[in-house]
Design a protein around this ligand. Structure first.
Ligand SMILES: NC(=O)c1ccc[n+]([C@@H]2O[C@H](COP(=O)([O-])OP(=O)(O)OC[C@H]3O[C@@H](n4cnc5c(N)ncnc54)[C@H](OP(=O)(O)O)[C@@H]3O)[C@@H](O)[C@H]2O)c1
Length: 211
C-alpha cells in the first residue's frame, strides 16, 4: 500500500515508517525538516522524506492525493504560546487541514489519527485538544481510525522508559492498578506493530479508549 505519514521523522513516526517499510509498503514521511540526520539505517533509504510544513504550505497534497492511508503523527506534549507552539496549532489544525483535503477527493485515502488514551491532570489542555481533533475526525464521511496510545516507551527517550517503569511498578499494587489502567505504557515497537496491523486491516485494542 501507499502510506503517507505526517511526522514520520518523529519519535513514534520513525518506528512506524520502519515497520511499514519492513512490511514492504511504500512510505512517504512528511515533516518540516525531512529525514533526521541521525537516521542512517538501511530501511530509512526506502522512505520518501518530503519536506513540508502542513501549517504553511501545500506541498504535501500531491502525496496525500495518491495515498491509500494517511497517518497523522504530528503533535506536541508541551505548549509554548510565546513561540506560537500551541495544542491548537500542532494537534487540532493539522488534522483539520488533512480532513478538509481528504473530503475534497473522489476516492480519499483512509486516515489514521494518533490521539492519546489519557494523560495526567497537568496535561488536561493536551487531552482537550486531542478530544477536539477526534470529534472533528468523527464528523467526517471518509474512512478513519483513531489510535489511543498512552505513554510510549523507548530507550531513545530515556524519560519515557523511566516513566513507564514507574507506572508498571505501581500497577502491581491491586487498588492502584485500577487507577493506572488508563496510563498503561506501551513500547514504541508494539505501537508501531499495532498501527501497521490496523493499516493492513486487522483489529487492534488501541482503536478504543481504555480504562
Ligand atoms: N510520545 C508519546 O508517549 C505519545 C503518547 C500518546 C500519543 N502521542 C501522540 O503521538 C504523536 C507523535 O508523538 P511523538 O512523540 O512521536 O512526537 P515528536 O517526536 O515530537 O514528532 C512530531 C513529528 O511531527 C513533525 N511536525 C511537527 N510540526 C509539523 C508541521 N507543521 N508540519 C509537518 N510536520 C510537522 C515533526 O517533524 P519536524 O519538526 O521536522 O516538522 C516530527 O516528525 C503526537 O500526536 C502525540 O501527541 C505520543
Amino acid at each position: 500500500m501507499n502510506i503517507v505519514i505526517f511526522g514520520g521523522s518523529g519519535f513514534i513516526g520513525t518506528a512506524v515508517c520502519k515497520e511499514l517499510i519492513q512490511r514492504k509498503h511504500t512510505v512517504t514521511s512528511i515533516s518540516r525538516h525531512g529525514q533526521p540526520d541521525t537516521l542512517t539505517d538501511e530501511w530509512a533509504r526506502n522512505v520518501h522524506w518530503l519536506h513540508s510544513d502542513i501549517l504553511n504550505d501545500t506541498k504535501w497534497q500531491t502525496a496525500v492525493k495518491e495515498a491509500d492511508w494517511v497517518i497523522d503523527a504530528i503533535g506536541i506534549l508541551k505548549e509554548d504560546p510565546a513561540k506560537n507552539n500551541t495544542y491548537d496549532r500542532f494537534i487540532v489544525e493539522p488534522i483539520k487541514r488533512i480532513a478538509a483535503f481528504l473530503s475534497q477527493q473522489t476516492v480519499p485515502a483512509k486516515c489514521l489519527f494518533l490521539s492519546a488514551n489519557n494523560a495526567p491532570f497537568p496535561f488536561q489542555r493536551y487531552m482537550q485538544a486531542k478530544r477536539e481533533a477526534e470529534k472533528l475526525l468523527n464528523n467526517q464521511t471518509f474512512p478513519h481510525t483513531i489510535i489511543y496510545p498512552s505513554l510510549v516507551m523507548d530507550q531513545q527517550r530515556p524519560t519515557s522508559v523511566l516513566g513507564g517503569k514507574m507506572i508498571l511498578f505501581f500497577k502491581k499494587i491491586p487498588v492502584v492498578n485500577m487507577l493506572l489502567k488508563k496510563y498503561a505504557p506501551i513500547t514504541r515497537q508494539n505501537l508501531a506493530n499495532e498501527i501497521a496491523n490496523v493499516v493492513e486491516g486487522q483489529n487492534s485494542l488501541l482503536t478504543q479508549r481504555r480504562g
